[in-house]
Design a protein around this ligand. Structure first.
Ligand SMILES: [Zn+2]
Ligand SMILES: [Zn+2]
Length: 228
């Protein structure tokens, strides 16, 4: 089983995962949180140069904020889905569509104040497309495309059952219904949920909020599957 540390940057969970002698970071928080990240990393006994790979679950300002900064200071390789590599290389920060009233209001505000949500442009080293085993990079895990929140959203599933899902499901506002308040394609998102439910995953680690059990995801799936 991998060793999992949650480095919280603002509202975002960034997961530092150690397996054997390899170090993976899932998501790179928010612009301006660089020093906090480095401090937490040092407290765990690591340096920037110890990180082997950074997997960005999707290129939103709260998941790719310090990616460029990390890449400039370390040897890590950035992995993103092919549908979002161009967003990262242009430093764009699209705001996804709202799936409920709250999300719709935030989408409007987000588009007005778009300049506040920054991602510094950087290049991906590895572009994922379909299911991608990470064995060659030293991890007993795979990248699974789980689109819906964004077109190029991915999850990372370890063979031991831990699954890191980005904003595919979140447990921040409502612990019982983990449907995210934003999704560009809610129907696709529900299909991705089915993929996650049919996987061997034992627990889902979201980009926001606490760890989600398969039972809670299943109940949320049943509640939302006919909504869209
Ligand atoms: Zn997010
Ligand atoms: Zn997002």
């Amino acid at each position: 089983m991998p060793e999992i540390h949650n480095i919280k940057l603002g509202i975002t969970n960034c997961y530092l995962i150690k397996e054997n002698d390899k170090l993976m970071l899932i998501d790179a928080g928010i612009d301006g949180k660089e020093k906090r990240f480095e401090k937490r990393l040092h407290a765990l006994g690591y340096n920037l140069n110890d990180i082997d790979i950074l997997i960005i679950t999707h290129v939103h300002f709260d998941h790719a904020g310090i990616a460029a900064w990390l890449k400039e200071r370390s040897r890590l390789k950035i992995i993103v889905h092919k549908n979002e590599a161009h967003i990262l290389s242009r430093g764009l920060t699209p705001i996804p569509a709202g799936t409920n009233f709250f999300g719709k209001i935030l989408n409007i505000l987000g588009n007005i104040f778009n300049f506040l949500f920054r991602v510094k442009a950087t290049e991906a080293d590895i572009v994922a497309d379909k299911l991608m085993p990470l064995k060659e990079l030293g991890f007993s895990a795979s990248i699974i495309p789980t689109p819906g929140h964004t077109e190029g959203s991915v999850s990372v599933l370890f063979d031991s059952g831990e699954c890191f899902v980005g904003d595919c499901c979140i447990s921040m506002f409502n612990k019982k219904d983990v449907f995210p308040p934003f999704a560009n394609n809610a129907t696709e998102l529900l299909k991705s949920w089915k993929i996650l439910l049919d996987s061997e995953a034992k627990s889902f680690y979201p980009g926001h909020g606490k760890v989600i059990s398969p039972m809670v995801l299943e109940q949320s799936y049943r509640k939302n599957k006919n909504r869209f």
